[in-house]
Design a protein around this ligand. Structure first.
Ligand code: PMP
Length: 413
């Protein structure tokens, strides 16, 4: 298959091929930040010349901007199939969204040690019980369930798909084990949202977070969606304008600096103090609409074909060792990690970029416990793809890896 969507900057060329020829750059680093869809860029270009502050003015532009911002919330709500009474809060990114929820969670959180640091460190600060992942997914689910049953927890926080191996977690099953232990579930959908249909209702997801910049929109805006009671009971994430209903002056000031005399808003406004990133929200909404219009069936077929091509290719190259967390699942989004015998991950990534114009990621992917668990504390190479990727991009990667491993084995003879 070729690409199935137009992406901004998808066809830049570099002169980085080993023989000095100019080659089309192949971006295989979508899991870090995916390039913006052209439809998203068009929506931003339309909104950019006409903005004013939201929620504060009677002026035409202020009303227009408020309308765009609130419509963006509706688009996001539809995209993730949130319940009618869920709060949909715009944040800076996934990390911000999880930190916000961590401040609102009334009790312990159970997490796996495979998580991105964004879904691990906020919980470690506030009562995390970290469960070590097991060799199979089935055993891992049992271990999580036992931990949840062992003593009461408020929340199970899990990723929807690993940002290292792309392995997808069974969300309905995980929601069931959380609920049957009296806990709620948070799904970190940073890596799932660009690839799979999300449905908070049918999966039984209480809280969901994701970032615009991995969903074909630019940086600076993310989402926290979910049940309102914890969020309305929590202290506002930031203190400031827009998060209050009423504030009294010096007559109500308290000596200890607490919030005496402040009546905080409920709903999304409670946690969105300050002027929000309206263009970021507009961009996320445009991405949600564009992805929905392409259709998850088509996206699924496209990515599955690329995934099969990639897996078959990696498996066929001796000296390339693909990483997986579990032996009993093959459900993966467009993310794969591997190591190359005799080469550091950085050397592989540099070779791919410098000699073939292919951009990949190397390192530990903000998931140090997982890389330790996989036996690669020194890191790995990660390739990741999406709507703008074609079969020829995967073939170019495989060709380059064959060249690299052939030279490695010649060198070792
Ligand atoms: N969770 C996962 C699974 C991720 O892959 C990432 C980004 N690498 C994050 C959270 C953090 O996202 P952000 O940097 O946008 O906050």
């Amino acid at each position: 298959p070729g690409p199935i969507a137009d992406l901004v900057g998808a066809d830049i060329t570099t002169a980085l091929d080993g023989s000095g020829r100019s080659v089309r750059y192949v971006n295989l680093d979508y899991a870090a930040s995916a390039p913006a869809l052209s439809a998203v860029a068009a929506e931003i270009a339309e909104a950019l010349p006409q903005y004013a502050s939201v929620h504060r003015g009677a002026g035409y532009l202020s009303q227009l901007t408020t309308d765009r911002y609130e419509k963006a919330r509706v688009s996001v709500r539809r995209f993730i199939r949130a319940r009618a009474d869920d709060h949909v809060i715009f944040t800076r990114n996934t990390t911000d969204a999880i930190n916000l929820l961590a401040g609102a969670t009334p009790g312990d959180t159970v997490v796996l040690d495979i998580e991105h640091h964004a879904n691990l460190l906020p919980w470690k600060r506030s009562g995390a019980r970290v469960v070590a992942c097991r060799p199979t997914l089935a055993e891992t689910i049992t271990a999580l369930s036992e931990e949840l049953q062992r003593s009461p927890a408020a929340l199970l926080a899990v990723t929807g798909a690993s940002n290292v191996t792309g392995e997808v977690l069974p969300l309905t099953t995980l929601a069931d084990i959380a609920h049957s232990a009296g806990a709620r579930i948070l799904v970190d959908a940073a890596q799932l949202a660009p690839h799979r249909a999300l449905n908070m209702v049918s999966h039984g997801i209480d809280y969901l977070v994701f970032s615009g910049h991995k969903l074909y929109a630019p940086f600076g805006c993310g989402v926290l969606a979910g049940r309102g009671d914890w969020l309305d009971a929590a202290a506002p994430y930031l203190a400031g304008g827009g998060a209050t209903l009423d504030v009294r002056g010096s007559d109500a000031a308290s000596d200890d600096g607490s919030d005496t005399g402040v009546q905080w808003a409920t709903g999304p406004a409670r946690h969105e103090a300050g002027t929000p990133n309206v263009l970021g929200a507009v961009a996320i909404a445009a991405a949600c609409e564009a992805v929905t219009e392409l259709g998850h069936e088509r996206i699924g077929l496209h990515e599955h074909a690329l995934r099969c091509r990639l897996d078959a290719g990696l498996d066929s190259i001796s000296g390339v060792e693909p990483l997986s967390i579990w032996s009993d699942t093959s459900d993966r989004v467009g993310i794969a990690a591997f190591t190359v015998t005799g080469r550091t991950p950085r050397a592989v990534a540099e070779f791919l970029n410098d000699s073939h114009g292919i951009g990949v990621r190397d390192g530990r992917f903000c998931a140090h416990p997982l890389l330790n668990h996989l036996g690669h504390p020194e890191g790995a190479v990660r390739v990741s793809f999406g709507l703008g990727t074609g079969a020829d991009d995967i073939d170019r990667l495989l060709y380059a890896l064959r060249e690299l491993t052939a030279t490695a084995s010649e060198g070792s003879r």
